[in-house]
Design a protein around this ligand. Structure first.
Ligand code: GCW
Length: 655
């Protein structure tokens, strides 16, 4: 009856949503854990620690309050059944992973797991692929730092040019991920630099150590690989996917990985994108490229996650015929049906780049014969960089619930997986902003079940994280609507960007307007927005099936929040809401600023109710958020007032 002790939290590190208090209800009970295997040992370790802390006991016989039973059946099963008979609650699963998920289900229920009568219920994840990608570099990159788009310090995996000797922090992270049902992690940046490429070869023994830390939590590890590796690491003269030597190199390299890590998950590839090498160099397409790696992985059950983020990043802003939003669909839909079974095409949720508001990528509906994963950013590159409160679960929930064909399946049902870029670093709070922990938690919960309501997910997070029930209502006030507040403060009506090029923080209305990146708003004295219609624009609306192709095409039916993504309209254009575009810009920026000010006041009342250092950190960051909201308000309003000459009808101060 083995038990794996719970990894101790390194000194000074915040317990996130698993402080000892979160396990109080379970820890006060008599609990039995039956079954064997590494994940059952993890469950037993959790129960041993919780009962030792809270006065209950881990027993092997006699009556119990909670029975956690790993029964014969599919050992890889992730589902569990929870029931209550008389005074005993039981969780039954056929696999260790299912039992671990069941344990954490009970933890989330708290006292409710041990009272009342309820019907037995089976819980199963809505999809098998629930993954976090880390954009961590081994070395500190001169421009991007150690974690690309990381806002929580350095990497928890790497330090001083190598995998850390002490993986205690990683063990604590793995436990957090296991508790929310994340089952795959990619360990390095999709932009694969020189040292990081070697994780696949001579640095592999260190990857073995990392895999060993994630395994007891049911998480398989992946590596981002460079498509050029046969040349850069293997010394071959080509990377051509149809070349025998290249195929053999990938086959033998991959076999060596599996010899060391039998449950290795597979590869993640960013190819022919933003300077990363890919199959285009040999005149091949992305199916050739993806299948090359898929065939190397297939004998071992591995998967290649091939990113669809392919576009021209050296565009001429004068060229109105190229539309970055079109790129993924243009490149990939002709290849539908050409990808091997173990390829997952990883598609960013929107057609451009993780903006606060974008339509759902048309690729999702257009590749029925390809396995797809939808990619989100938990890291807040464009949503406040973990300096601002921005609870993103409502955004992800909306995307996953979107029905590309009007009726029929939602994105959540079409996609085989959901993947997100992690927001974690070596910051004591894990995520820089303590409240950004809710995004990490929420991503896992939504990946498991996209039908969960964002407020309910937040409620779970609050209940686990904070011992004082009085914080619940104010925290909902601070967080529930924070994504929409963020949208009001920043680029209006789906037009996107308006951030400072490079670091992407703070307002800079024209920052990207004359760049090569393909992200423009086209504001002039008469109007603003990008014409992506079939009638007069780039034709992007035509990438959607009915009804959206027509709903987006017409200014009368296009949803307000996406109007400027699809249309260039005069400032006086009247939105479906009844206000003009220009007045909407003013109103939302004044409102967003006021909402941030109110948030700061609501938070201020929590002093003494949350841990002091959490209180202080959030308070400090809210001051920065308010400063930034002021800057956004004044720059955006002033910019559009100067362009349009239309005054605010309420006469508020514009500069
Ligand atoms: O959002 C953009 C980021 C890049 C990132 C790229 C990608 C890893 O600005 O930093 O590179 O997307 O998703 O590949």
């Amino acid at each position: 009856m083995s038990a794996t002790p719970v990894a101790p939290l390194p000194d000074g590190v915040d317990p996130a949503w698993l402080p000892p208090s979160a396990l109080r209800a379970l820890g006060a009970r008599r609990v039995r854990v039956s079954g064997e295997g590494p994940l059952v040992a993890t469950v037993r370790g959790e129960v041993a620690a919780a009962t030792a802390e809270h006065g209950g006991s881990l027993v092997t016989e006699g009556p119990v309050d909670l029975a956690l039973v790993c029964a014969p059946g599919d050992p890889d099963g992730e589902a569990f059944v929870v029931r209550r008979d008389g005074t005993t609650t039981s969780v039954t699963a056929t696999g260790g992973a299912g039992l671990l998920h069941g344990l954490h289900h009970v933890v989330r229920l708290g006292e409710a797991a041990f009272s009342g009568r309820w019907e037995p219920r089976r819980h199963a994840p809505r999809r098998a692929i629930r993954m976090l990608d880390h954009w961590d570099n081994v070395d500190v990159h001169p421009v991007m730092g150690q974690v690309e788009r990381g806002y929580a310090g350095g990497s928890i995996f790497y330090a001083d040019g190598a995998v850390r000797a002490d993986l205690g922090r990683v063990a604590a992270y793995a436990r957090l991920l296991g508790s929310i049902g994340i089952n795959r992690v990619c360990l390095n940046n999709v932009n694969v630099h020189r040292t990081e490429a070697r994780l696949l070869t001579d640095l592999l023994p260190d990857v073995v150590r990392l895999a060993g830390v994630f395994r007891p939590q049911g998480v398989r590890v992946h590596l981002s690989v460079s498509f050029a590796a046969p040349m850069t690491l293997g010394g071959l003269p080509t990377t051509d996917p149809l070349d025998r030597g290249v195929q053999e190199w990938w086959a033998s390299t991959t076999a060596a990985v599996y010899a060391a890590i039998p449950d290795f998950g597979g590869y993640v590839v960013k190819a022919d994108s933003e300077g990363q090498p890919g199959p285009f160099a040999s005149g091949r397409d992305h199916a050739d490229g993806a299948n090359l790696l898929a065939r190397a992985l297939a004998p071992f059950g591995g998967t290649v996650f091939w990113r669809a983020f392919v576009y021209d990043h050296r565009q001429d802003w004068r060229d109105r015929s190229t539309d970055r939003a079109r790129a993924a669909h243009d490149h990939f839909t002709p290849l539908d049906g050409g990808f091997d079974e173990n390829v997952v095409l990883q598609v960013k949720f929107g057609p451009v780049d993780f903006q606060v508001r974008e339509p759902v990528s048309p690729v999702v509906a257009a590749m029925p014969r390809t396995r797809l994963a939808v990619e989100f950013q938990v890291t807040q590159e464009y949503t406040g960089q973990q300096k601002h409160v921005c609870y993103l679960v409502p955004q992800w929930s909306e995307v996953l619930g979107f029905r590309p064909h009007g009726d029929g399946d939602a994105v959540a049902e079409i996609a085989h997986g959901v993947v997100a870029v992690s927001n974690v670093g070596d910051d004591p709070f894990w995520t820089g902003h303590p409240l950004a922990q809710a995004n990490l938690f929420g991503f896992g919960r939504l990946a498991w079940d996209d039908r969960l309501a964002p407020e309910a997910v937040l409620d779970e997070w609050i209940g686990l994280t904070f011992a004082d029930p009085a914080v619940r209502a104010p925290l909902h006030e601070v967080m529930d609507g924070s994504w929409l507040t963020y949208e009001r403060c920043t680029a209006p009506l789906g037009v996107g960007f308006m951030v400072r090029p490079g670091h992407h923080y703070g307002p800079d209305v024209d920052g990207y307007e004359y760049t090569q990146w393909g992200t423009y708003h086209f504001a002039d004295r008469d109007g603003v927005g990008v014409d992506r219609t079939r009638a007069t624009g780039t034709g992007f609306t035509g990438q959607y099936p009915a009804p959206w192709r027509d709903l987006y095409e017409s200014v009368r039916t296009c949803p307000d929040e996406l109007l400027l993504f699809f249309h260039h309209v005069p400032y006086g254009h009247v939105l479906r809401s009844g206000t003009t575009v220009i007045q909407h810009v003013y109103d939302t920026h004044f409102a967003g600023h006021e909402e941030v000010a109110r948030t700061a006041r609501t938070w201020g009342a929590l002093r003494g109710r949350v841990p002091d250092r959490t209180f202080d950190r959030v308070t400090e960051l809210l001051a920065e958020q308010l400063r930034c909201a002021t800057e956004w308000r004044d720059q955006v309003n002033t910019y559009f007032w100067r362009k349009s000459g239309v005054p605010d009808e309420r006469g508020r101060r514009i500069w």
